[in-house]
Design a protein around this ligand. Structure first.
Ligand SMILES: Nc1nc2c(c(=O)[nH]1)N[C@H]1C(S)=C(S)[C@@H](COP(=O)(O)OP(=O)(O)OC[C@H]3O[C@@H](n4cnc5c(=O)[nH]c(N)nc54)[C@H](O)[C@@H]3O)O[C@H]1N2
Ligand SMILES: Nc1nc2c(c(=O)[nH]1)N[C@H]1C(S)=C(S)[C@@H](COP(=O)(O)OP(=O)(O)OC[C@H]3O[C@@H](n4cnc5c(=O)[nH]c(N)nc54)[C@H](O)[C@@H]3O)O[C@H]1N2
Ligand code: SF4
Ligand SMILES: [Mo]
Length: 736
């Protein structure tokens, strides 16, 4: 008998509710759940193919261990024993820092990662922690960390109530949104226009999002920081700033800094005339409520942190930060607000080889190959990866892959044998999506409405098959020296006990002064992730508080509401968020001001030749969805978008092949002339190129694509955050 299950889609940041039909152990139908409180039935082609992904025959069913260069199927016990041997040998010989940890993108989307990855990192006791954040959004964390004191309090555009949206470097019609969880982003943008609002897109490509907008400005890649500075300047210059509240410090310092960036000075660099820049600032200031929102086109860029900062500076100066219709701070149901946070800063330590500053306890992923290749005390000799494919996703991927091949030991928690895991000694595959529970610990922090939604597994785990939570817990126990056969329950008790012990000591916590031993038996849930969720919900801002508010949230509330719980529109909460040393909003942090001379030198001496940028397609998701036949057809191709003028200069037509060359390497691709991209700029999507030896992805392996990160450059970074530069990469083209 087929059964129906309501589940949150774990594939991207939109958190759509899905209605999944399961027959036996197969998914037979997936559609949007129209009763989902947040997504109201929206679904995209990836969600619709969740079944194909779930039952992909190439997904690894059990662990693999490499013996004499070949992967062999082994039992889980053997695999964990091999991990213990491998890690212990490297650590005994070279110390804790010789083992690095890399956490990839789905470690935020799968429920186990947010609960266990922190413990795993701690147990490894290494400074060599790397994540996909430094290939993505780290500039925004650093910016919010210095401005507001909390790197995780990132304002999102209040898209459902705004009158004016200025969007830079984001393409939610393909990506469905990022650092802004808004299921049916396209519908929300259409609604904004339908109610008379205005929406402007700044992008070197006229994307599907730009097509929907009132206005699209082509911007030269990498110029966002100077463009945003010129908007800030115009607000001051034309007396367009709103009354800035007393809690904001640094207005005058920002005005002085911005005075160097007049629209006239930056116009050529941006490819946008000064009059349009001024008008953009005027429109922003004139709107009753407006929001500036910027994403990956601005963060994986050389001045990612400055751009991220200036976006929120504009929100503050136009009076739009923390007000309905402006840029607001969501409040996650599992993030306690009573916790006192230490003031944020980066650079508490530096990477060994390049001396790059730490941010959020991580080092830049771009520098991991340096740490593997360079001999000396602290050299990385082993690697643990969880849900990551850095041999595809990191800059100068070829060098990255070669560095992985040089390691003494590598263990990967990953369902596929792909570009990265082919270098592993041990692969530990997590179970299928339908066999795993789901809750978005991370994304509830970025919702355009406050919400909470838990999905229980649709299918049971086969006997003896560890969940992803158990895999991570056992890795942490091995790393902590407890051995491959230590009971994960012990670790869980320690974690729950630790959280309770902290909570009872903080004034303002709902359980202040109570006894952890009395509270522990009250925690609900069938598994460790559910128990962790129950505890976090009950201590969270809407929580039941262990009896304080009977109507408050707890696991049972979510179990009783399979379509999710709507916690309402965003509400102003800046005072709750601010956790800087002096409790003020730092509009002009000295750390950022110190990076402005670098921006000025760029302005004076910037690349004038051809530059490369990225692009996303609705039917891809980074590197790991090209093995689903239905997702790799039609327009989802790895071609080089080029403006027809540039194609004509090169004398190439559609389908002809060119070599894209950079400092780090070259790739050969077919061109696709389109006036949707501005002259002087070419674009390639990332996540392709699956034809490397040993990759076991039969569909992806036959796709015609190259890895764009062969030509991206690990030596150039957004200095303040250590983030890789994927946009604005200087390249040369040669017809082959
Ligand atoms: N040139 C260029 N490069 C880019 C980007 C770009 O725009 N241009 N984008 C960057 C961005 S934004 C990001 S986030 C990074 C992503 O960088 P990564 O996270 O390193 O790469 P992904 O391709 O997302 O790989 C995800 C891995 O997780 C595995 N996986 C999938 N589901 C699960 C699961 O449930 N559990 C576990 N354990 N594993 C799972 C997949 O098999 C895959 O190996 O790439 C970055 N790289
Ligand atoms: N379908 C699909 N959805 C995804 C993903 C995916 O791979 N495919 N990946 C997921 C991940 S990991 C993330 S982080 C999000 C990212 O979500 P988004 O940030 O919305 O990502 P993109 O669609 O790449 O949009 C970035 C836009 O920036 C533009 N751009 C490039 N360079 C510049 C520049 O210098 N300045 C400006 N202003 N714009 C520039 C590009 O042309 C592109 O249109 O998407 C997530 N969702
Ligand atoms: S938009 Fe994202 S969350 Fe929604 S169905 Fe598609 S992949 Fe899943
Ligand atoms: Mo990302």
């Amino acid at each position: 008998m087929p059964t129906t299950h309501f589940r949150t889609c774990p594939l991207c940041e939109a958190t759509c509710g899905l209605k999944i039909t399961v027959d036996g152990d197969r998914v037979t139908d997936v559609r949007g759940d129209k009763d989902d409180v947040f997504s109201l039935g929206f679904i995209c082609p990836k969600g619709a193919k969740l079944g194909d992904l779930d039952q992909d025959p190439d997904r690894l069913r059990g662990p693999l261990v490499k013996r004499d260069g070949q992967f062999a199927e082994v039992s889980w016990e053997e695999a964990f024993a091999e991990v213990e041997r491998g890690l212990a040998a490297v650590r005994a010989a070279h110390g804790n820092d010789s083992v690095a940890l890399y956490l990839g993108n789905p470690s935020v989307h799968a429920m186990a990662g947010p609960v266990f990855n922190g413990v795993l990192a701690k147990a490894l006791g290494t400074r060599n922690v790397y994540t996909a954040s430094t290939s993505d959004q780290m500039p925004k964390h650093v910016s919010c960390g210095y401005l507001f004191g909390d790197p995780y309090s990132i304002p999102v555009p209040d898209i459902d109530r705004t009158d004016h949206l200025l969007m830079l470097g984001a393409n939610p019609l393909e990506s469905n949104g990022s650092l802004c969880t808004a299921p049916d982003f396209p519908g929300r943008l259409k609604a904004l226009r339908a109610r008379g609002g205005r929406f402007v897109v700044v992008d070197p490509r006229r994307t599907r999002t730009a097509d929907l907008a009132d206005e699209h400005l082509f911007i030269r890649p990498g110029a966002d920081a100077v463009f945003l500075f010129a908007l800030v300047h115009t607000l001051f210059d034309e007396n367009l700033t709103a009354d800035v509240p007393d809690v904001v410090r640094g207005v005058e310092e920002l005005r002085v800094l911005a005075s160097k960036f007049t629209p006239e000075t930056v116009a050529t660099a941006c490819g946008i005339d000064a009059g349009t820049i001024r008008q953009t600032a005027r429109d922003l200031a004139a709107a009753p409520a407006a929001a500036v929102y910027a994403r990956i086109g601005t963060t994986t860029a050389e001045f990612g942190t400055l751009s991220s900062w200036l976006v929120d500076a504009l929100n503050v100066l136009t009076g739009n930060l923390d007000r309905p219709g402006g840029a607001m701070f969501p409040s996650s149901a599992t993030r306690a607000t009573y916790v006192k946070r230490k003031p944020f800063r980066t650079g508490r330590w530096a990477s060994r080889v390049r001396g790059l500053p730490e941010a959020l306890g991580e080092l830049p992923t771009a520098t991991l190959p340096d740490e593997i290749e360079t001999p000396g005390e602290g050299q990385v000799r082993a690697l643990v990866t969880v849900a990551g494919n850095p041999a595809s996703s990191a800059p100068n991927a070829a060098r990255f892959g070669a560095a992985l091949a040089d390691l003494e030991f590598m263990v990967c928690v990953d369902p596929y044998l792909n570009e990265t895991t082919r270098h592993a000694t041990v692969i530990l595959p997590p179970p299928r999506v339908t066999q795993s529970p789901h809750f978005d610990f991370g994304l509830t922090q970025f919702g355009v409405r406050n919400f909470a939604n838990y999905s229980s597994p649709a299918l049971p785990l086969p006997d003896g098959r560890p969940s992803e939570a158990e895999i991570l817990a056992r890795l942490a126990l091995i790393a902590a020296g407890q051995g491959a056969s230590a009971d994960p329950r012990g670790l869980e008790e320690m974690m729950l006990g630790g959280l309770l012990a902290k909570a009872v000591k903080v004034e303002g916590s709902p359980v202040y002064g109570r006894d952890p031993a009395e509270l522990r038996p009250l925690i609900d849930g069938d598994g460790p992730l559910e128990r962790f969720l129950d505890l976090s919900l009950r201590l969270g801002p809407y929580g039941e508080g262990f009896g304080v508010d009977e109507s408050g949230l707890r696991l049972t509330t979510l179990l009783a509401n399979p379509h999710g719980v709507d916690l309402g529109a965003l509400r102003p909460r800046l005072t709750e968020v601010l956790s800087t040393a002096d409790g003020k909003l730092q509009l002009c942090p000295p750390e950022f001001a110190a990076d402005v001379p670098r921006l000025l030198s760029w302005l004076a001496d910037r690349p004038h030749g051809m530059v490369l940028i990225g692009r996303r397609h609705l039917r891809s998701n980074n590197s790991w969805m090209h093995n689903v036949p239905a997702l790799v057809t039609g327009s989802n191709t790895c071609t080089l978008h080029i403006n027809p003028q540039d194609a004509e200069k090169l004398a190439v037509g559609a389908g002809q092949r060119v070599l894209v060359m950079s400092r780090t390497g070259s790739v050969e691709v077919a061109v696709e002339p389109t006036d949707k991209i501005m002259p002087g700029v070419v674009s390639l999507p990332h996540g392709w190129g699956h034809d490397q030896p040993g990759v076991r992805m039969s569909v992806a392996g036959n796709t015609d694509g190259v890895n764009v990160n062969t030509v991206t450059d690990e030596s150039v970074l957004d200095v303040l955050s250590g983030t890789a530069v994927f946009n604005g990469v200087p390249v040369e083209l040669k017809v082959v």
